[in-house]
Design a protein around this ligand. Sequence first.
Ligand code: F6P
Length: 459
Amino acid sequence: MSRLVVISNRLADPRKPAAGGLAVALGEALNQTGGLWFGWSGTVVEGGTPGEGELHTRQAGPVTLATVDLCREDHDSYYHGYSNSVLWPVFHYRLDLADFNASYIAGYRRVNQMFARKLLPLLRDDDVIWVHDYHLIPLAAELRAMGCKQRIGFFLHIPMPPPLIMAAIPQHEWLMRSLFAYDLVGLQSEADVAHFTRYVRNEGSAEAVDEKRMRAFGATVVVQSFPIGIDVDEFTRLTHAPDAVETYENMRDEYSRRRLLLGIDRLDYSKGIPHRVGAFRELLDRYPENRGSATMIMIASPSRDDVHAYADLRQELEGLCGSVNGDYGELDWMPVRYIHRMVARKRVPGLCRAAAVGLVTPLRDGMNLVAKEYVVAQDPDNPGVLVLSRFAGAAEQLKEALLVNPYDPQGMADSIQHALQMPLAERQARHQKLMARIQEHDVHWWRKAFMDALQAAAD
Ligand code: F6P
């Protein structure tokens, strides 16, 4: 059997619980098969040489971890710069927040070239290579230029924007052309595939070779959607483990006379967190019976603090939460409990289980695995209700959630009220259907579907 080589900007020890959705999903996929996981070590070396970084390898169970340090200049231009100040905002439709500083692209190319150089000697002839996310779009083209002949697939965890938004990036054609160095490009949703196809038809004069294969820029690539899933069995186990049960019981006792609404995100402008606070204010205003009762817990874990847009968001959010609490709070009830820290992963299922409503309301999101985790943590006999943004990739699958438009605070408040008042039989019926779909398309299905398609694409 071929060895699996996974490459992603951020790694996690697959034996330990990780924070971001990508690291969790990849850790779970690799734990099944074993293999090599390659990426940034997480270390930034002050005063190092651009394009140079020390390689470290270590074994973690069945997985070899190979990681490279980044010098400050590379880190700032590749990670904060091109990845998170150009690609992230544009791919999430936020042209207003993009910073097209011309110096970033050089760092992005330099780090991708260095990753290719460091990885090449570690590869075996029959390896299957799986590259992840927007930090590493040109990696296959760099590897191919160095003679790499192995099968290479790419999975984009974030949305693929429509062509006219993509076209705002000065290097858009180079980026999209780079994707044609892969054998397979995997995207989260059918909407993403449609955007990709439209772009290459308009800008690359693409022709469809068959249903999934496109020819453009002088090369051929297979493009398909593979909605990422969670490890349902593992999350169920975590839900019934002592830490999660203790969290659940504490929350249930503390909120016995109240209704809990829960949001768990990275503090990111794509997640629509201020819009959610606006909708909650609207709920208290339009449906006063919720005053003194409905409590919104918002866990927004720190993320990318050195990028301006993130620091601005933090300030805005603190102001908004403070004003709702100031306007509506009572001596024995605070409407919003905002936590700007990471909550231990082992506590997350307990929190989800205690919440009558799960609020997953991003302005744009590739998938959003918290939506799936919230559903899996519910008691089938008395499940809570998922309120889900129609702009999350998960909305293509999770049709039995209450789908909302996060830009419409009144509409969102009405949906939250509907969720709070939903009869038990309807909650159960919706939960059953959501569970079935999440179970069918779990993380193991995702890995296998991608690997099978990669095998077929390269044949
Ligand atoms: O899923 C999108 C993503 O950017 C991943 O690539 C990343 O690991 C995660 O979000 C968390 O972001 P960061 O690695 O920048 O902390």
